[in-house]
Design a protein around this ligand. Sequence first.
Ligand code: SF4
Length: 352
Amino acid sequence: MNYQYTKQFRQALVQWFLEEQRDLPWRRTKEPYQIWVSEVMLQQTRVDTVIPYYNRFIEKYPTAESLAYSPEEELLKMWEGLGYYSRVRNLQAGVREVVEVYGGKVPDNRVDISKLKGVGPYTAGAILSIAYGKPEHAVDGNVMRVLSRVLNIDADIALPKTKKVFEQAVTELIDHENASAFNQGLMELGALICTPTSPKCLLCPVRDYCTAFHEGDPSSLPVKTKKLKTKNIEYDVYIIRDQQGRFLMEKRPDAGLLANMWQFIMIERQADENSLTKVQKQYNVTLEHNSKETILSFSHVFSHLKWHIDSYLVDAVETNANPENTAYFTKEQIANLPMPVPMLKIWGKINA
Ligand code: SF4
């Protein structure tokens, strides 16, 4: 955006915000502590839900000092129903730091405010711009949506590093005379006009400066790759030891997750079957059931997959022909096999 456009964009946004903003309780104050409380409450929570909580909270704890040492049980009760309870614990810890280190005054610069517990880049920027009028970025989902459309930014907002792109954009665009109205204007525009689906472009105060509007497809922005749901699988892992002290291992298929790596015998746990019996049939082995010894229970996370593992050491009394891709190995041989981390963990425990 060239200088002239930037100036006009700022003016249009700020003026619209000053005239059209919703009357919300935290907009009637410039008190940094109170702005802080509102920003923490608004994380992952709708404005309508937050209003009564905010009013009650500020009535009970109007200052940093009044919140700093209130009993945790009382605090949790005030927060009850808002969820994400670590937010209020962090808020109190941060506020206590303000009281103890900064004499009750919330720091007015990004370096110090960012050191406070629970204050991330967005909250820091929101407090600095709204309460202190500093030209600091405060980038949340609404801001990314609006600016991705105005500036035609197609970076994937699901990636954490993309936030920096938008922080940089706000730093370049922000109105130094009206930082509070500028930042809040972006957020308000995202909440009311430039909504995720069907943005109301015809009512938009910055339509003239919006690239996506002129190019005709605002709804295609921002780019956001879908988060895949994590799949959970429960496994019983058997470390089967034969009478020569060797261990039965299986090579994973040559494609897909952990391709070609070696693992102990892994059986997906099913409610209606005994995995040990299944092992005997599938791997041609007779096991000494009484020897079964629990080794380790743990979970291991892959990008979109979580294995929940219970592992056991068990002795084989009889072994027959090995099924394909399986073999018995000595300890020394195992040390040279490529094994996935969960197997190394189990092996480490056995050898500890
Ligand atoms: S013109 Fe449309 S797409 Fe562009 S900022 Fe306004 S509402 Fe969003």
